[in-house]
Design a binder for this molecule. Structure first.
Ligand SMILES: NC(=O)c1ccc[n+]([C@@H]2O[C@H](COP(=O)([O-])OP(=O)(O)OC[C@H]3O[C@@H](n4cnc5c(N)ncnc54)[C@H](O)[C@@H]3O)[C@@H](O)[C@H]2O)c1
Length: 498
C-alpha cells in the first residue's frame, strides 16, 4: 500500500485516495466520478456489468441495494427457491429483471450474465459457486464460505480450475476505516507499538426463531434438501445448512484477526455450548433447540513476524516473531456492547467496528512524555482526532456525554495502587462525507466489480477465496475444539488447499 501523505504532511483522506486504497486497479478511479446511482434500466455502456442475484433474502437485499448505487451495474435476473421472493426482488429492482427458481433455468435464459452474487444459505455456497464459475461467471459469494471445510476447499479448487474470479463477502477488508487503521496507523505509523492482544465480540440479545405460516410446497423443499419450512426459515441453527453463530457472526471478526496480523493462528483453545437455546417453547406449539453452539469464547495464539523499517527481522535463518493472543466471544443471550474489535499494543488501543460509534483510540499513559508529542502531532496531521470537549463514552450501552464531573466517579486510581492510570482518549478520523454515506458492503462490491472490469486477477480482490479459506479453518475448527475440550495446534499447511 502506497503512502498517501500529502506534501503538507497531512494524510490525504480525500475520496480519491480512499478509493485508491479500496479499488483493485487504477482503472477503478475512472468510475469514481460517476454519480452514485444506477438502476436495472440504466443505459448500457461498454462498462456495464450484467449481474444476477441468487438468494433473495435479507442479505440479497443488502447486496442488491449496495450494487445499485454503483454506476454501470445492471441486474438482469434474480433467483430464489421461493418463487415469491424472486418475484418480489425482481419487482423491487425494476426494469426487465426476470425472476427464476433455479440457477440452471436462469443461466439458460441469460447467457449474457457477467457476474453472480450468491446470498443463499451457507450450505449452498460451494455448489452454487462451482455452478456459476463453471458457467463462466465471475462470482461474489457471501461469507461464511461454507458450513464444512471440505465444501470450502472445493470452492478454492473450483476457482483454480475455472480461472474466474471468486470473492468472498468478508466486507470489512474493503472498509476504508479498517484499511486506514491497518495500513496507515498500525503498519506505517506503528501507533500502538508492539501489538500483544486482539479482542473481538458479537453479543446479541435472545432472538427466537421465525415460525413460518405457509410458504414453499413440501415436495419442493424435500427435492431441494430441506426437511421442512421451519428448518428452511431458520437454516442457521441447523448443522446441515449453516455453521451457527460462531460462523455467522464470528467469521467477520475472526477474519479481521487474520487480516490485521497478516498471518494465521498457530493454536486455539475454545469453550462453548448450547446452554440456553434448548427445548425452548415455540408460540405455535412444540419446542426449539439449536444444533450449533449458542455461545463460545475462543483464544487464538499467533506468531507474528517482526518488521523493522518494513523489512522482516531474522533470527538465524528464521523470521523473528512475537506472540499475539486474540480473544473472541459470541453470545446470543445478551447484547451488551454489541459488536466491535479491539487492537491492543503496549502504547495504545484502537477500538473499531462496522458501526462507526465504536471508533476510539487510547494512548497508554506515557511516563517519559516521549510518545505524547508524536500522538499530538498525528492528531494535528489528521491521522487521529482529539475528541471534542464533550467526550462520549462509547462503552455505555447508549453513548452518552460524561462532561458533567462527578466527584465520586472522578476518584481515579485511588482505590488500588495496581489500577492503571487512565489512557488518553483520541478518535479515528472521520471519513469524507461521500464515503461515509456508502453502505458498508458497497466498498467490497466495488472492489469486485472493478476487478471484473479491469480483467484483474484473484490477487486484486480484497478477499480472494483462498484468503477466506483461512478464516473458514480458523472458525469451523472451533466446533472441534469445543467438542474435544482440547487445544488445537495448527500447521501453516492446514490453511492451504492442496
Ligand atoms: N456479509 C454480511 O454482512 C452478511 C450479513 C448477513 C448474511 N450474510 C450471509 O448471506 C447469506 C444469506 O443470509 P440471509 O440473512 O440473507 O438469509 P435469508 O434466509 O434471509 O436468505 C436466504 C435466501 O436464500 C433462499 N434460498 C434457500 N435455498 C435456496 C436455493 N436452493 N436456491 C435459491 N435460493 C435459495 C431463501 O429462500 C432466502 O430467500 C448467508 O450466507 C449469510 O451468512 C452475510
Amino acid at each position: 500500500m502506497k503512502s498517501i501523505v500529502t506534501p503538507s504532511g497531512k494524510p490525504d483522506l480525500t475520496r480519491r485516495t480512499f478509493l485508491r486504497n479500496t479499488a483493485a486497479t487504477g482503472a477503478a478511479l475512472s468510475y469514481t466520478k460517476m454519480a452514485a446511482h444506477a438502476a436495472a434500466g440504466a443505459p448500457e455502456g461498454s462498462d456495464t456489468l450484467k449481474v444476477a442475484l441468487v438468494g433473495c433474502g435479507s442479505q440479497g437485499g443488502i447486496l442488491k441495494g449496495a450494487s445499485l448505487r454503483i454506476p454501470g451495474i445492471k441486474f438482469v435476473a434474480v433467483c430464489d427457491l421461493w418463487e415469491k421472493k424472486a418475484i418480489t426482488m425482481a419487482r423491487a429492482i425494476g426494469g426487465e429483471v426476470k425472476p427464476y427458481t433455479t440457477m440452471d433455468e436462469m443461466f439458460k435464459a441469460h447467457p449474457e450474465i457477467d457476474c453472480v452474487l450468491i446470498a443463499a444459505p451457507d450450505w449452498l455456497h460451494a455448489p452454487f459457486s462451482r455452478k456459476a464459475l463453471e458457467a463462466g461467471k465471475q462470482v461474489y459469494c457471501e461469507k461464511m464460505m461454507s458450513n464444512s471445510l471440505e465444501a470450502a476447499a472445493d470452492m478454492v479448487r473450483a476457482q483454480r480450475e475455472t480461472g474466474h474470479l471468486l470473492q468472498i463477502g468478508h466486507q470489512r477488508r474493503s472498509n476504508p476505516r479498517y484499511q486506514f487503521m491497518r495500513n496507515r496507523l498500525l503498519r506505517e505509523k506503528n501507533l500502538l507499538g508492539q501489538i500483544t492482544h486482539l479482542y473481538g465480540q458479537w453479543n446479541r440479545s435472545v432472538k427466537m426463531p421465525f415460525e413460518p405460516k405457509g410458504g414453499i410446497p413440501q415436495e419442493v423443499l424435500t427435492k431441494n434438501g430441506y426437511v421442512d419450512m421451519f428448518q428452511f426459515s431458520n437454516w442457521r441453527s441447523y448443522k446441515k445448512y449453516g455453521g451457527g453463530v460462531i460462523s455467522d457472526l464470528g467469521a467477520h471478526q475472526i477474519d479481521i484477526f487474520n487480516w490485521l496480523l497478516g498471518t494465521t493462528p498457530r493454536s486455539m483453545i475454545a469453550s462453548g455450548g448450547i446452554d440456553y437455546f434448548k427445548n425452548l417453547p415455540l408460540s405455535g406449539g412444540g419446542t426449539f433447540s439449536y444444533e450449533q453452539l449458542d455461545n463460545a469464547a475462543v483464544v487464538y495464539e499467533y506468531d507474528v513476524p517482526v518488521y523493522e523499517g518494513g523489512v522482516p527481522v531474522m533470527e538465524g535463518d528464521k523470521p523473528k516473531t512475537h506472540l499475539v493472543r486474540a480473544m473472541y466471544q459470541v453470545l446470543t443471550t445478551n447484547g451488551s456492547q454489541n459488536y466491535y474489535e479491539k487492537v491492543m499494543g503496549v502504547e495504545g488501543t484502537i477500538v473499531i467496528s462496522e458501526q462507526p460509534v465504536y471508533n476510539q483510540v487510547y494512548r497508554e499513559k506515557d511516563t517519559t512524555g516521549e510518545k505524547v508529542g508524536m500522538w499530538e502531532q498525528l492528531a494535528r496531521q489528521g491521522f487521529l482526532r482529539k475528541p471534542p470537549a464533550t467526550v462520549y463514552n462509547k462503552f455505555w450501552e447508549r453513548p452518552k456525554a460524561w462532561n458533567i464531573p462527578d466527584k465520586w466517579l472522578a476518584k481515579e486510581g485511588t482505590q488500588d495502587v495496581r489500577v492503571s492510570i487512565p489512557a488518553d482518549p483520541y478518535e479515528l478520523p472521520a471519513m469524507p462525507k461521500e464515503l461515509d454515506e456508502k453502505p458498508p458492503h458497497q466498498f467490497h462490491l466495488e472492489n469486485f466489480y472493478n476487478t471484473v472490469r479491469a480483467g484483474g486477477k484473484q490477487s486484486d480482490l480484497n478477499c480472494p477465496v483462498s484468503e477466506a479459506y483461512k478464516c473458514a479453518v480458523s472458525v469451523l475448527k472451533i466446533n472441534e475444539a469445543v467438542a474435544t475440550g482440547r487445544r488445537i495446534d495448527f500447521q501453516p499447511s492446514d490453511f492451504v488447499v492442496s
